[in-house]
Ligand binder design. Structure first.
Ligand code: ZN
Length: 288
């Protein structure tokens, strides 16, 4: 059995690297200029027929589908800001109140304030308090319940685009991953496109402001190469359809949104703010 001193040393050793990297990323964030003045929404392929999220969002609605209050700010900030900046009407649907520690009522208020920082009207932010969706690390939400709840919402408030978690749920939280099972009903009058937010590798996840810098270079290259790849019928190892990269100004707004989740701002969340690549860039894959 490991001794107490050994256990403490192990914990310290495990935490040292992320903490060191958090501070390094924070320093880099202050030194490196923002990658662009504008948050960019760009298709990964040069002529992607699947590039539906573009600069002409006027009159179109996007729904951010999340599991807990704070998911929107921690993971989807670049997408929310990118869509807003390009004229999309963004709405938020959160399937729980985040009541794992009995703070549901407080967290709903934080959710509304967070979306308020992103410029959403309060009437466009909805959450559910439904026993089918407990905020619980051990609970996989049933796909039929997710399907029912989101379909009910959409029948009242249709969306052109829905963005939600992929099957890995970014942090491997089963509540997040459960949302990936949702599929919009086929419709000829109001088709809805569904995008998943790609779960990044550990390196990208904690790459802070370096993430958009590398992404833009990498995807620029992929775009150029995709013409040749099509010619020779080669499949490029790029798994996203859309890349969204934040400007420095929008990153600051994302941090402000996250700070509205006061009940969740423990010390390690500041480490997340400093080192998170997802606060700077999102990769989206079109599902349907
Ligand atoms: Zn969550």
């Amino acid at each position: 059995m490991p001794s107490r001193a050994h256990t403490i040393w192990n914990i310290q050793a495990t935490l040292t690297l992320p903490i060191l990297w958090s501070f390094t990323a924070l320093l880099l964030a202050m030194i490196i200029p923002p990658p662009s003045l504008n948050t960019q929404l760009q298709p990964v392929y040069h002529h992607s027929p699947r590039a539906h999220i573009d600069a002409t969002g006027a009159g179109r609605t996007a729904l951010i589908l999340t599991a807990h209050p704070d998911d929107e700010a921690m993971f989807f900030s670049p997408t929310i800001m990118g869509l807003k900046n390009h004229g999309w009407e963004v709405r938020g649907l959160c399937l729980s109140t985040g009541n794992a520690e009995g703070l549901g009522a407080e967290r709903v208020e934080e959710l509304k304030r967070s979306y308020g920082v992103f410029g959403l009207q309060e009437s466009h932010v909805k959450w559910l308090n439904d026993s089918s969706f407990p905020d619980n690390m051990g609970a996989v939400w049933r796909s039929e319940d997710v399907q029912r709840a989101v379909s009910e919402y959409l029948s009242d408030q249709p969306a052109d685009v829905i963005v939600t978690f992929d099957k890995h749920g970014i942090s491997a939280h089963p509540n997040h991953a459960s949302l990936s099972s949702f599929r919009p009903a086929p419709s000829s009058t109001h088709p809805t496109m569904l995008y998943h937010l790609n779960t990044p590798s550990i390196l990208k996840k904690y790459s802070g402001p370096l993430n958009p810098v590398f992404r833009r270079g990498y995807y620029q290259l992929a775009k150029g190469m995709s013409e040749w790849a099509d010619l020779f019928d080669v499949k490029l190892p790029v798994k996203a359809d859309f890349s969204v990269t934040s400007s420095g100004t929008d990153w600051i707004r994302s941090v402000r949104a996250m700070r509205e989740h006061k009940s969740q701002m423990t010390w390690y969340r500041y480490g997340w703010l400093a080192s998170s690549g997802l606060m700077w860039a999102n990769d989206l894959t079109l599902v349907v």
